[in-house]
Design a protein around this ligand. Structure first.
Ligand SMILES: NC(=O)c1ccc[n+]([C@@H]2O[C@H](COP(=O)([O-])OP(=O)(O)OC[C@H]3O[C@@H](n4cnc5c(N)ncnc54)[C@H](OP(=O)(O)O)[C@@H]3O)[C@@H](O)[C@H]2O)c1
Length: 184
C-alpha cells in the first residue's frame, strides 16, 4: 500500500518558478503554495501570469514577475529582481520549449544567445538568470545551512562557489550584518 505523505508547512518561505503559468511549472507552483509558501511566478505573458497567480492557493501572497528567456534584457531584469528579493528559498528553472517534429522550430532557429533557441532558452538563459539571482540564492542557502548545522564554514563556502572562506564571511556579513559564526 502506498505510504501517506504529510509534508511540513513552509509558511514564510519564497519559491520562484520559471514557466509557472502552465503545465509542470504550474503544478510545481501549486505544491509550495498549498503548504503556505509565497510563489513568484515567472513567465512571458502578464495575463497568463496573473491568471496563474489567481488560480494558486492563497493567491494574495504570490506575485507575477515578467521573464522572457528569449530576451537577454528581460533575463537581466528578472534575474536582478530575484537577486534582490528579501527571501528566496528555492528557484525552480522549469520553463522551456520543445523541438517540434516537423518544420522550422526552436531546434533550428538561432536565438538571442547565438545558438539554437532550444539550447539558448532551456539552458543558457536559465544559467544567466541564476547568475543574476545568485546573491539571494547563496544568502538563503547559507542561512539554511547555518541553521541546520553539520557543515563547516569552509565546506559551505566551497559548496556555494566562493574561492575562499574569507570571501564567504565578507559576503555573509554584507547580506545579514552578522558573521556566520555569530549567526550560528
Ligand atoms: N511535458 C513533458 O512531457 C516534458 C518532458 C521532458 C521535459 N519537459 C520540460 O519540462 C518543462 C515544462 O514542460 P511543460 O510540459 O510543463 O511545458 P508547457 O506546458 O509548454 O509550459 C512551458 C512553460 O514555459 C514557459 N515558457 C516558454 N517559453 C518561454 C520563454 N521564452 N520565456 C519564459 N517562459 C517561457 C511558458 O510560459 P508562457 O508561455 O506563459 O510565457 C510555460 O509556462 C519544459 O522545460 C519542458 O521542456 C517536459
Amino acid at each position: 500500500m502506498p505510504k501517506a505523505v504529510h509534508p511540513e508547512r513552509i509558511d514564510g518561505q519564497t519559491v520562484a518558478i520559471t514557466g509557472a503559468t502552465s503545465g509542470i511549472g504550474f503544478f510545481a507552483a501549486a505544491q509550495p503554495a498549498e503548504l503556505g509558501a509565497r510563489v513568484l511566478v515567472l513567465g512571458r505573458s502578464e495575463s497568463r501570469g496573473h491568471a496563474a497567480v489567481s488560480a494558486l492557493p492563497n493567491p494574495r501572497q504570490h506575485e507575477f514577475l515578467p521573464l522572457d528567456l528569449a530576451d537577454r534584457t528581460s533575463i537581466a531584469s528578472a534575474g536582478d529582481r530575484l537577486g534582490a528579493v528579501p527571501r528566496l528559498d528555492a528557484l525552480v528553472l522549469n520553463a522551456g520549449v520543445v523541438a517540434g517534429a516537423f518544420g522550422p522550430g526552436p531546434a533550428h532557429r538561432i536565438g538571442a544567445f547565438g545558438v539554437e533557441e532550444i539550447v539558448g532558452i532551456n539552458h543558457l538563459a536559465h544559467a544567466e538568470l541564476l547568475r543574476r539571482a545568485l546573491p539571494a540564492v547563496r544568502r538563503d542557502a547559507a542561512i539554511a545551512s547555518l541553521g541546520r548545522g553539520g557543515e563547516s564554514i569552509e565546506e559551505l563556502a566551497q559548496r556555494l562557489g566562493f574561492s575562499e572562506a574569507s570571501a564567504f564571511r565578507r559576503a555573509f556579513r554584507r547580506w545579514t550584518g552578522q558573521s556566520p559564526g555569530d549567526f550560528r
